[in-house]
Design a protein around this ligand. Structure first.
Ligand code: CTP
Ligand code: CA
Length: 208
């Protein structure tokens, strides 16, 4: 298979030097890319800024903003069999980005934020025969929210992970498919979890 993977955070700039972003190390996406390559697949990895070397044998596309991530994914997706969205996409961008550097005035300021494009949901609407797998990071009503995202983003499965996954080398995940049931759970080092997830995708999603 040829698999598209999104990873890392995106950045949304207020001005030329400041940005909003997410706390994401990119580890899960990079581990999945590594495992997929080890399993004999081709990987196109679209990554926000992280401090990780791309896995050997991986096609890497560096992006910064959510719009850049979407544009790169939109180009790559038609040539892929499916997408795994692990990116911690910045949900909001500044309505009007200011050129240069906004000077301090000694007063409080108000930023007007608008939602960014939902990369995975957009790919979901374009998927045709391709498969889409999302990740959901939930701090409350986890299952309910994960299932809601599964449908709203037209995913074949969604991987639910807790907020303690951020920055950790370990993870506990539940795979929920369109039956709304948990069909697999994995825990341990992210590298092991990634290997198990790729095996699960091969066995249950690929060639649907
Ligand atoms: N995602 C995306 N583009 C966005 C937001 C999310 O591609 N603008 C993807 C993520 O990569 C992940 C899935 O959607 O695979 C779920 O992300 P999550 O942040 O849990 O859900 P949101 O839909 O953004 O909802 P919220 O943050 O409000 O919980
Ligand atoms: Ca989000």
């Amino acid at each position: 298979m040829r698999i598209l993977i999104t990873a890392g955070p995106t950045r949304e700039y207020l001005d030329d030097v400041r940005y909003l972003s997410n706390a994401s190390s990119g580890q899960m996406g990079y581990a999945l890319a590594h495992s997929a390559i080890q399993a004999g697949h081709e990987v196109a990895l679209v990554s926000g800024p992280v401090r990780l070397p791309p896995p050997e044998g991986c096609e890497i596309y560096h992006v910064e903003t959510t719009d850049e991530m979407y544009a790169q994914c939109e180009t790559l997706f038609p040539e892929c069999d499916g997408v795994i969205g692990t990116a911690a996409v910045c949900d909001y961008r500044i309505k009007t980005r200011k050129p240069g550097k906004i000077a301090k005035t000694g007063e409080a300021i108000t930023l007007e934020l608008v939602e960014t494009i939902d990369v995975l949901a957009e790919l979901g609407t374009q998927k045709g025969h391709r498969w889409v797998i999302g990740f959901a990071l939930e701090s409350q009503d986890a299952r309910f929210n994960a299932v809601r995202k599964l449908y709203s983003k037209k995913c074949d499965a969604i991987v639910l992970n807790g907020v303690n996954a951020i920055g950790s080398t370990e993870n506990y995940v539940e795979v929920i498919d369109q039956s709304q049931e948990t069909v697999a759970t994995y825990s341990g080092e992210k590298s092991q979890v990634a290997e198990s997830l790729i095996s699960w995708v091969q066995a249950h999603i690929a060639g649907k």
